[in-house]
Ligand binder design. Structure first.
Ligand code: PLP
Length: 559
């Protein structure tokens, strides 16, 4: 029985309604009924999407957290927490901000402008002061610098130089920049098998995703009249989807992934779809563990319900489109099967794809492409106001003015690499990732690989309760590696880049050593262990971690 029937059959409600004599009272009661009915529908949809158990768990942990937060207001507790936070602030500052009286700080504009020689010398000094961490060339960074070759850098710098002052906001003044942006989008659309599609460049994967979220919100409002939009996002999808939804007040249903395959749980996706759904999301591949969602099945659902399906290929970028040609899209390798299933516009129901040129496209940072199935959908990404005092204002994405130099740099990088260059880099990088994955699976019995990642990312967790994988991550940090910590389950990941290639044997040797160290002498310390341990220590753990993260961001702006 639906909630409407329940309410209408409640004799109290009906009698109350009839007894109301004045039109005002009738209206009041009707309004009240309307409120109760719509709210109960909302609740039903919510519980259906989350499942009864999870809904109960969610409300319980919310209540518990509120109680703990109240307890934190007790002055003595507050003082204790404040002391620990102050200590943490000092630790963070000690790590990020150079200390000491001998550090030169440029806190005010110099009275007179400096020479180029002075500027370069000062930069050299700053790199020295910041210590060996500024040295990215050693290649032990996960997914931070994707190419780093001197040859390509020179090409990009030459493009920057030529187009330093250009701005695509003025296509009449910088016609070549306009053309290059259109060509970058076109090349990507062809790579993803949608030559008749449409797209724009953005400042990075996050902007591409946030713009897609805005596009579907506006599309759904105009075409389907949806005013309380919801989107359905795998738990392994990038945080940019939550960010976009938070900016635009869209409700997000985070759907868990299968613990073994690491693909989003399709049954749960199906259950979460309702008349307010505007968008489904899938990754090819996801950031945390490098696995791929089942895009074909998500596409069927999206087509059936006439909603969007965004495939996040920000990380897959210039790797996944080349896997098939590299002969690596469906292979047995060291006993494991790595299979890339269809993910691009050839899949029915896929309506948009984000692809980061600044990841495996090797273009300068600050560049990404968002693609749509057709130009009709892209229109909803635009912002146009004809009423501005400054004149008619029309812009394709979040920014107004944009750096044309980045477009030129991206165009140059893509021309320099070419299809054969990307094919070669795909082959090398993916082989490197598979070597790491196979070695873990076959010869490090304490660890396991999450899912069977088809591309460049490998995540590993611990099989034994005695071994904390974040301790392994901390031991790797001591050996100079910058890896990423994951939660749900606790794991550590590496995104292989061209800089990882020569270090694959070192990585494996260091990993074996780190497992041994973490097992024989767990320290219970280290950044990963402390931060992620804190996050799980209590119901307000995440609150404390957020407080630390806020402090971290504040520290970034300490000169
Ligand atoms: C990197 C990444 C993004 C976007 O990140 P930006 O840092 O904004 O470029 C989105 N999705 C995935 C899967 C990613 O790896």
């Amino acid at each position: 029985m639906s909630s409407i029937q329940l309410i209408l059959q409640d004799p109290m409600v009906v009698r109350e309604f009839l007894r109301a004599r004045t039109p005002f009272e009738t209206a009041k009661t009707a309004l009240f009924c309307y409120f109760v009915i719509t709210q109960s529908f909302k609740l039903c949809r919510h519980v259906r999407a989350r499942g009864i158990t999870d809904s109960v768990k969610e409300s319980w942990s919310w209540t518990y957290r509120q109680i703990l937060l109240l307890a934190l207001k007790v002055p003595s507790v507050q003082k204790e927490v404040q002391q620990q936070m102050d200590q943490a602030r000092l630790d963070i500052e000690g790590k990020l901000v150079p200390q000491g009286a001998d550090v030169t700080r440029h806190l005010v504009l110099p009275d007179e402008g400096k020479t180029m020689a002075w500027i370069l010398a000062e930069m050299e000094k700053m790199d020295g002061e910041m210590g060996p961490h500024a040295d990215w060339k050693h290649g032990k960074l996960s997914g931070a610098v994707y190419h780093g070759g001197e040859d390509l850098s020179r090409v990009i710098v030459a493009a920057f130089e030529r187009y330093t002052v250009s701005n695509p906001l003025h296509p009449d003044v910088f016609p070549a920049i306009r053309k290059m942006e259109a060509e970058i989008v076109s090349m990507c659309l062809r790579m993803y098998n949608n030559p008749d599609g449409a797209g724009t460049m953005t400042s990075g994967g996050t902007e591409s995703i946030v713009m897609a979220v805005k596009t579907y919100r506006d599309w759904a409002r105009e075409v389907k009249g949806i005013t309380e939009p919801e989107m359905i996002v795998p738990a392994t999808a990038h945080a940019a989807f939550d960010k976009g939804a938070a900016y635009m007040k869209i409700k997000v249903h985070l759907i868990p992934v299968d613990p073994v395959t690491r693909k989003v749980n399709i049954k749960r996706v199906r259950r979460a779809i309702n008349r307010n759904t505007i968008l489904l999301v899938g990754s090819a591949v996801n950031f945390p563990d490098g696995n791929q969602d089942d895009i074909v099945v998500l596409g069927e659902l999206a087509a059936k319900h006439n909603i969007g399906l965004h495939v996040d290929c920000c990380l897959g970028s210039f790797i996944v489109p080349f896997l098939e040609k590299a002969g690596l899209s469906d292979g047995e390798d060291g006993g494991a099967r790595y299979k890339l299933s269809p993910f691009d516009f050839r899949v029915r129901g896929v309506t948009s794809i984000s692809c980061d040129t600044h990841k495996y496209g090797f273009s300068p940072k600050g560049s990404s492409v968002i693609m749509y199935r057709d130009a009709a959908l892209r229109r909803h990404q635009y912002y146009i106001t004809p009423y501005w005092t400054g004149g008619v204002y029309a812009s394709p994405s979040l920014s107004g003015s944009r750096p044309g130099a980045l477009i030129a740099g991206t165009w140059a990088a893509m021309q320099y690499m070419g299809s054969d260059g990307y094919l070669k880099s795909c082959r090398e990088i993916v082989s490197c990732a598979r070597t790491i994955a196979n070695t873990i699976t076959n010869s490090i019995p304490e660890l396991y690989v999450l899912g069977s990642p088809p591309a460049s990312v490998v995540a590993f967790g611990s099989k034994s309760p005695e071994l904390n994988v974040h301790e392994v991550g901390d031991a790797m940090s001591k050996k100079g590696w910058h890896l990423n910590a994951l939660t749900g389950p606790a794991a550590v990941h590496i995104a292989c880049t061209r800089l990882t290639l020569p270090l694959v044997d070192t990585f494996i040797a260091d990993l074996r050593d780190s497992v041994r160290e973490a097992k024989s002498a767990p320290s219970g310390k280290g950044t990963m262990v402390m931060l992620y341990g804190l996050g799980k220590s209590s119901a307000i753990g995440p609150e404390l971690v957020s407080e630390l993260a806020t402090m971290f961001l504040d520290t970034l702006y300490k000169a």
